[in-house]
Write a protein that binds this ligand. Structure first.
Ligand code: SAM
Length: 217
């Protein structure tokens, strides 16, 4: 994602601290009370400029959405979308997903979305991939028993790596789609990256997988 320095970002984030929460760790284990209801919570990791999370929140008013995004320079764009649409079922966290278990308690999340995650193609950077085993361990802890991960990408090698990583971790693959846009899917909300790559004619890959740990609860 192109990340321009935005000198106004700090002030903007301070002004909108009910959308981009500054002390997210304080909400660990208490996200339902933050939202004021017991609706399912879906988490997007690497939210970018927010088209997906904002679109999903509109399409699913009965679900609470949390977006985690490392880069301040793009989370401000996501926040602008949420503010513009006055969405009460979305909050954003300017955090690193490595801290996931500090941010969420056991079984607090129902579904995790990984959209166009950075592929980190070099072997020595494998640990940074959001589908590396250490990340799957964190996801398993925060997700409900048999919780689901939904991944979309344009990157074939990253898709293949993720499928193998999921299988090795014991996740069950529910769907493996190697050309998501071939069939009309009226429910699919496109991300900014998805629009960009599909406009170039690149196929979009999607998989849905769930943990196989019903005994967890
Ligand atoms: N999901 C958006 C889309 O599809 O348009 C953005 C995709 S962009 C390639 C990946 C995003 O993930 C970047 O904005 C990056 O800052 C964010 N990111 C990468 N690693 C992250 C991490 N460990 N925690 C939180 N965000 C991360």
């Amino acid at each position: 994602m192109r990340q321009r320095h935005k000198p106004w970002a700090d002030d903007f984030l301070k002004e909108h601290d009910t959308i981009v929460l500054p002390n997210a760790i304080e909400h660990k284990g208490k996200w339902a009370s933050h939202f004021g209801n017991n609706r399912p919570i879906h988490l997007e990791i690497g939210t970018g400029k927010g088209q997906f999370i904002s679109g999903m929140a509109k399409q699913h008013p009965d679900i609470n959405f949390i977006g985690i995004e490392l880069a301040k320079s793009v989370i401000v764009n996501a926040a602008e979308k949420v503010i513009e649409a006055d969405q009460k079922n979305v909050v954003l966290l300017n955090e690193n997903a490595e801290k996931l278990t500090e941010l969420f308690g056991e079984s607090e999340i129902d579904t995790i979305y990984l959209n166009f995650s950075d592929p980190w193609p070099k072997n020595r950077h494998e640990k940074r991939r959001l589908t590396f085993q250490a990340f799957l361990q964190r996801y398993e802890q925060c997700l409900v028993p048999n919780g689901e991960i939904i991944l979309k990408t344009d990157n074939g090698p990253f898709f293949e790596y993720s499928l193998v990583s999921f299988s090795q971790f014991g996740l069950v693959l529910e769907e493996v789609n190697v050309d998501l846009h071939k069939a009309e899917d009226e429910w699919n909300i496109m991300t900014e990256y998805e629009e960009k790559f599909s406009a170039k004619g690149q196929p979009i890959y999607r998989c849905r997988a769930h943990f196989n740990n019903i005994s967890k609860g």
